[in-house]
Unconditional design. Structure first.
Length: 205
């Protein structure tokens, strides 16, 4: 009996927990991504795309992947809401940055917002997953094309990956999450946050 309870306790409390920011300008598909994650990784059925409204403030989603607990913070991307993003930087293990790959006219705004995120000291070393979303739509550019357009200069000191996905049909999402979990597990930032939590007397993962 003891071994059974010990096994359950170990299963429940041995999992690593990561906090992940989902960022991007409005209409990039961040909330659709969050709802699709719930559908793919849990018993919860995410909202269908036609019932999803733009995030005003914060949406939170929790999933488990690769024996890891992931807590996603989906932050509103409207111009007036981007000022609140930095309030969540300090505790984030990683960033998922979502871009509407079917709308090149908004790439410059997406790039500008992302560059500002990457310059912030509170996100130093955080792994970055850039999603070229809406691959289900005609005319969406590939992840390689998006990477060439963004031509980011602030990526040298952090793990990063570009991935083509569709938050609508789910394509590419599981590969992206697999990479993200691995990157966070190897990241120096994860160790830094773990040490900080211990110093502050907070529960670690």
């Amino acid at each position: 009996m003891f071994s059974l309870f010990y096994g359950l306790w170990k299963y429940m409390f041995s999992k690593t927990e990561f906090h992940v920011l989902i960022l991007g300008i409005d209409k990039a598909g961040k909330t659709t991504l969050l709802e699709k994650l719930k559908t793919l990784y849990s018993n919860l059925e995410g909202l269908p795309p036609d019932r999803i409204v733009p995030t005003v403030g914060l949406n939170i989603g929790r999933i488990e992947a690769s024996n890891t607990k992931l807590i996603f913070w989906d932050l509103g991307g409207q111009m007036g809401l981007r000022t609140i993003w930095e309030k969540y930087y300090e505790e984030a293990h990683a960033i998922v940055y979502v871009i509407d790959a079917s709308c090149p006219s908004r790439f410059e705004d997406s790039k500008s917002a992302l560059e500002k995120v990457l310059r912030h000291g509170d996100l130093e070393g955080a792994p970055l997953l850039i999603l070229a979303n809406k691959q289900d739509l005609a005319g969406a550019v590939s992840s390689d094309e998006l990477a060439r357009y963004l031509d980011l200069k602030e990526l040298d000191e952090r793990p990063y990956m570009f991935e083509a996905v569709s938050a609508y049909d789910g394509s590419g999402i599981k590969d992206s999450i697999d990479w993200l979990v691995d990157a966070m597990g190897r990241s120096k930032r994860t160790e830094t946050l773990r040490i900080r939590a211990g110093v502050n007397g907070l529960a670690s993962a």
